[in-house]
Design a protein around this ligand. Structure first.
Ligand SMILES: Nc1ncnc2c1ncn2[C@@H]1O[C@H](COP(=O)(O)OP(=O)(O)OP(=O)(O)O)[C@@H](O)[C@H]1O
Ligand SMILES: [Mg+2]
Ligand SMILES: [Zn+2]
Length: 507
């Protein structure tokens, strides 16, 4: 007996349909899987055999051959358990009905339970795009998959339920997640109002959030750098539905989706400085997305940036330019999105107190130079806004002044974002930080006074061409925050100020 069952495997973020052909023939009993299956799929044999038996069905005593087509496609992932089991049950007539138009996704446990798989959302989206009408998924994946329209999502708990459903002995209605825009609004536990003083730093962070700019904070220990970085997502716009879907896709592949389906918060990732290149960039043995992709549409925070090995930091350069990262895997290359705001923090020297009026720095020049040199010129250049953080003052910590809340700051950020999205309508640019140099020339025109100022700064600070463009982009954002159509000299002056740090420390 021969049966054919539809399955789906991921290649990066895209799903490809795989046909599972099961042949039962007389001959020496055995169970073979052919067609470029990886070890995880070969292990499926044992889970399939046990789950069929433990669900009370007879496991065929025949020669079983499973062929996974197309043969040239590398098949990975535990979601192949279920289609293989369905193939066996269908070839042995335990499943009686036609199942040609259904796709099956699910891992099996030995007792016949259908268990959660990673990457269910991108699989389901791809199937919908291939016009598959119905997909069987594990119950635990139903919230993330239930947001997708135009395909019936049938969540199933056990193999027994599935057989009964396919034989029309029970009914399982298609699952739809309750989705409302308002559900995307997320309440954060932290708030900007908890940060006392630090007006200049807050201003820089607001500009960074408004224009999607990268930010480097340099300052003594305990000055609130980590505290403020954690609160950046609270002043960013809420994720749109499409953005949320993209983010959830990435987390789905990493097996990190939340219980309520879609990811609603902007990601905030803060990998430790011992993170490996593969964990940061993605790829490696599992070809999963790395931290740069897990921060897509959110914040990638590198605390104590010079502690990261230089080779690891250099990984960031490609995604920072392209907004995506290519991950090599066996004979394939996958591309994952990686549009993040990079927020870095560091001390001015190894002991942290260089330039602090109240503490003495105990480092010698050699140690300081070595520490600063961990951040390469090209990486430093990519930090649009660089700001020196002053120590927190006792008067600030103790003051009864009410600090602005995240909500108040967010309103200004939203207004500036709105201006940008109108200006760049129809292009794939959303924030000033994403402008190409050609677009900078078009959208960041300045008057002769500003030009003169910029020339002085350029010569005296010895700025690079990239720094020049960054100043114009940041100035554009500062003007947008003020609803100013033109970039004025004062906007340029403030933007230049955010580029002086490298000249002061890195010379
Ligand atoms: N401006 C501030 N307002 C209120 N509390 C603050 C402020 N700055 C620092 N603190 C307090 O000090 C603690 C340490 O701050 P934080 O960890 O953010 O400093 P940091 O600059 O990251 O230091 P390090 O360089 O050591 O990493 C915070 O948890 C907070 O309780
Ligand atoms: Mg810190
Ligand atoms: Zn020092």
């Amino acid at each position: 007996m021969l049966s054919k069952v539809k399955a789906c495997v991921l290649q990066g973020l895209e799903g490809c349909i795989v046909e599972v052909e099961t042949d039962l023939s007389s001959g020496l009993p055995g169970f073979n899987i052919v067609g470029l299956a990886d070890t995880a799929i070969k292990e499926a044999k044992e889970r399939v055999r046990s789950s069929i038996k433990n669900s009370g069905y007879r496991f065929p005593v025949s020669k079983i051959t499973i062929n996974l087509a197309p043969a040239n496609l590398k098949k990975e992932g535990s979601q192949m358990d279920l289609p293989i089991a369905v193939g066996v049950l269908s070839a042995s007539k335990i499943i009686k009905n036609q199942i040609d138009d259904i796709c099956f996704i699910g891992e099996l446990s030995l007792d016949g339970k259908i268990t959660k798989v990673d990457g269910a959302l991108p699989l389901v989206i791809s199937l919908r795009n291939f016009n598959v009408r119905k997909v069987i998924i594990p119950i635990e994946n139903k919230e993330e998959c239930g947001v997708i329209d135009n395909i019936d999502i049938i969540p199933v708990d056990t193999l027994i339920d599935l057989v009964d459903y396919l034989n029309e002995e029970i009914e399982i209605p298609p699952y739809k997640s309750i989705y409302m825009d308002s559900l995307l609004e997320h309440q954060y536990e932290e708030d900007f109002s908890e940060i006392k003083g630090q007006t200049a730093l807050k201003r820089a962070v607001e500009i960074a959030a408004a224009g999607g700019h990268n930010l480097l904070m340099l300052g003594p220990p305990g000055s609130g750098k980590t505290m403020i970085a954690k609160r950046i997502p609270t002043i960013l716009p809420d994720l749109s539905f499409e953005e949320s879907l993209e983010v959830t896709n990435i987390y789905s592949i990493s097996g990190e989706t939340s219980e309520n389906g879609l990811m609603k918060k902007r990601p905030f990732r803060s990998p430790h400085h011992t993170v490996s290149r593969a964990a940061l960039a993605g790829g490696g043995r599992t070809s999963k997305p790395g931290e740069v992709s897990l921060s897509h549409y959110g914040v990638l925070f590198l605390d104590e940036m010079p502690e990261f090995p230089k080779s690891v930091l250099e990984v960031l350069r490609q995604p920072m330019e392209d907004g995506m990262i290519s991950v090599a895997r066996a004979n394939n290359t996958y591309t994952y999105p990686a549009k993040f705001m990079l927020i870095g923090s560091m001390n001015p020297c190894p002991c942290g107190f260089l330039g602090d009026p109240k503490h003495e720095c105990s480092c010698n020049q050699g140690q300081i130079n070595k520490y600063l040199s961990k951040i390469s010129g090209p990486l430093l250049d990519r930090m649009d806004i660089q700001i020196e953080v002053s120590p927190v003052y006792y008067e600030d910590l103790n003051s009864k002044n009410k600090e602005e809340s995240s909500k108040e700051i967010k309103e200004r950020v939203l207004n500036a974002r709105h201006i940008q999205s109108n200006r760049y309508k129809g292009s794939n640019v959303y924030t000033n930080s994403q402008l190409t140099s050609k677009q900078v020339a078009k959208y960041c025109k300045i008057d002769s006074d500003s030009e003169a100022l910029l020339k002085i700064a350029f010569d005296s600070l010895g700025l690079s061409a990239r720094a020049y463009n960054k100043i114009l982009k940041v100035a554009r954002t500062i003007a947008d925050l003020e609803n100013s159509e033109n970039i004025l000299q004062k906007h340029i002056a403030e933007a230049i100020q955010y580029r002086t740090l490298d000249r002061k420390y890195w010379r």
